[in-house]
Design a protein around this ligand. Structure first.
Ligand SMILES: [Ca+2]
Ligand SMILES: [Ca+2]
Ligand SMILES: [Ca+2]
Ligand SMILES: [Ca+2]
Length: 429
C-alpha cells in the first residue's frame, strides 16, 4: 500500500524554554454575567479572545459548545491527555507506511500517536534534520475541543464536541492516498478498500474535518491543481455535510501552490500574530478563505495547546505553544462546530458563507469573528437547500491581500522552518 507521494506537516519552529515563565499566570475568574472558563491557562489563550470567544461566552454563556458535533482531526493521531480524555471518540489509523507509523502494521484501529521524530537519511525524511516528536495531532485536538472549565490546562470553544482522531501521518509525513482515505472515513464514507481491510464503519461521522497537512505543489506539473484523489475525498465529505477546514500552509507562498488550500470545497485558513499582523510564514493570496490566530514566535505568541513531553515516544501529558497555520485551522473548525450546533440545518456552503460574511476585515484579510458567526448562524434561515457537489466553494476574487513578500524574505523564512521541528516541552511534563 506504500505510495510515493509524501506530504509534509505544516512546518513550525521549535518552542523556546521561555514558555515556562509565560505559563505562570493566575487562573481566570468567573464574572456574574456570562461564562469565563476556570482553566488555568485560559488567560494565555490570546487566540480565543482575538476571535471574540470571550464575547460568545459573555453573551451566550454555554449555550453553544459544539454539543452533538464531531470534529475530525486528520493528522498524527492522539495521545493520552487529561485535557482531552472524555472528549475523544473511536478513531482509526490509516497510516499505511509501517516505517512512518511505528506501530508495526499498516491500517489499524488504534490512532495513538507513536511519535513522529524524524530519522534523517531514511527514505521518508529526506529534508529533515534530527528532531523530536511534535504531537501535532494532540495539539490540534486541544485547540479544537479541549475539556473546558475543568480546572485543568486550556479551554476550547467546542468543548462539548466529540474529537475524532483519524491518524494518517507519522514520521515525516503521510501519503496523499492515506489522507484521502482518512477524510472519507471521517465523514462517514465507506469504500471498497475499507471493506477489504475490515475497517469498521465510522459511528461518529464528522460535521467538521480539520486537515492541517500541506503539500507544496509549486513544482508539480500543474502547480495550482489539487490532487485528484484528495479532491474526490473532499467532495465526498462535503456531500455528506461535513465542512473541510485546512491549513493554508507555512511556506510564505501563494496558497494556490499549496494543497489542500488549492482544493475546491475546502476552507483554507491563514495565520496572523498576536499583534494582528499577518504571520510572515503564512501562505497568502485569494486561495486563503479566512484568517485566524497562528502566532509568529512560539515562545512569545505561539498557540497554547495540549502535547506530550516525550521527545520520541509518548511520556507524560503537557502543554506547549506552537505557531503555524496548522494551529489557526482548528480554531476555525471549533467555531464551525458551534455554528452547526446553533443551526444544524446549515449546509457546508451555508457555513462557509457565514464564516466569510461575518469575518472582520483587517488589512485586506477576512478574519474569523466567532461572535458574529455564531450570531448569524442562530438567525440564519434553516431551510437552506442542500449543497451541490460542485458549487460549495466561494470565489474570493474580490479579496485583496495587503502583504506581498519579497523572495529574499521568503527564502530566509523557509530555511529556518525546514530545519526546525518542535522541541518537546519536558519542563511542563
Ligand atoms: Ca498501523
Ligand atoms: Ca496504530
Ligand atoms: Ca481544560
Ligand atoms: Ca476555499
Amino acid at each position: 500500500m506504500k505510495k510515493p507521494a509524501i506530504i509534509l506537516y505544516v512546518k513550525f519552529i521549535r518552542p523556546a524554554i521561555a514558555l515556562l515563565t509565560v505559563l505562570t499566570l493566575a487562573p481566570a475568574t468567573a464574572t456574574a454575567q456570562g461564562f469565563v472558563p476556570n482553566d488555568p491557562y485560559y488567560s494565555q489563550q490570546w487566540n480565543l479572545t482575538a476571535v471574540g470567544m470571550d464575547r460568545v461566552w459573555a453573551e451566550y454563556g454555554t449555550t453553544y459548545t459544539g454539543r452533538g458535533q464531531t470534529i475530525a482531526i486528520v493528522d498524527t493521531g492522539i495521545t493520552d491527555h487529561p485535557d482531552l480524555n472524555g472528549r475523544v471518540v473511536d478513531g482509526y489509523d490509516f497510516n499505511s507506511d509501517i516505517e512512518s507509523a511505528r506501530d508495526g502494521d499498516e491500517w489499524d484501529a488504534d490512532p495513538a500517536d507513536e511519535g513522529d521524530w524524524p530519522v534523517p537519511g531514511t527514505s521518508l525524511c529526506r529534508v529533515y534534520a534530527v528532531g523530536t516528536s511534535t504531537w501535532h495531532g494532540t495539539h490540534l485536538a486541544g485547540i479544537a475541543g479541549a475539556a473546558t472549565n475543568n480546572g485543568e490546562g486550556i479551554a476550547a470553544p467546542a468543548f462539548n464536541a466529540q474529537i475524532l482522531p483519524v491518524r494518517v501521518a507519522g514520521m515525516c509525513g503521510a501519503t496523499l492516498s492515506d489522507i484521502a482515505t482518512g477524510i472519507r472515513w471521517a465523514a462517514g464514507d465507506y469504500t471498497d478498500e475499507m471493506a477489504r481491510n475490515l475497517v469498521p464503519v465510522n459511528r461518529n461521522p464528522a460535521s467538521v474535518i480539520n486537515v492541517s497537512l500541506t503539500y507544496p505543489t509549486a513544482n508539480e506539473p500543474n502547480p495550482y491543481q489539487c490532487d485528484e484523489a484528495i479532491q474526490d475525498a473532499v467532495n465526498a465529505a462535503v456531500n455528506r455535510g461535513a465542512t473541510v477546514v485546512v491549513a493554508a500552509g507555512n511556506d510564505t507562498t501563494d496558497a494556490r501552490e499549496s494543497m489542500l488550500a488549492n482544493c475546491d470545497n475546502t476552507i483554507a485558513v491563514g495565520a496572523y500574530t498576536q499583534t494582528g499582523a499577518q504571520a510572515t510564514y503564512s501562505n497568502y493570496g485569494t486561495s486563503v478563505d479566512i484568517w485566524a490566530p497562528g502566532g509568529q514566535d512560539n515562545e512569545v505568541d505561539g498557540i497554547l495547546s495540549t502535547v506530550n513531553s516525550g521527545t520520541t515516544i509518548p511520556r507524560s501529558p503537557s502543554y506547549a505553544q506552537i505557531k503555524g497555520t496548522s494551529m489557526a485551522a482548528p480554531l476555525v473548525s471549533s467555531i464551525v462546530a458551534l455554528i452547526r450546533e446553533a443551526n444544524p440545518a446549515l449546509s457546508p456552503t451555508d457555513v462557509q458563507h457565514i464564516l466569510l460574511d461575518t469575518a472582520r476585515l483587517r488589512s485586506g484579510r477576512r478574519e474569523l469573528d466567532a461572535y458574529a458567526a455564531v450570531t448569524a448562524a442562530i438567525s440564519a434561515p434553516d431551510t437552506a437547500p442542500p449543497s451541490s457537489s460542485s458549487s460549495t466553494d466561494l470565489t474570493d476574487a474580490e479579496m485583496t491581500v495587503a502583504a506581498v513578500f519579497g523572495s529574499l524574505g521568503a527564502l530566509a523564512v523557509l530555511a529556518v522552518i525546514v530545519g526546525g521541528l518542535v522541541s518537546l516541552p519536558q519542563w511542563l511534563g
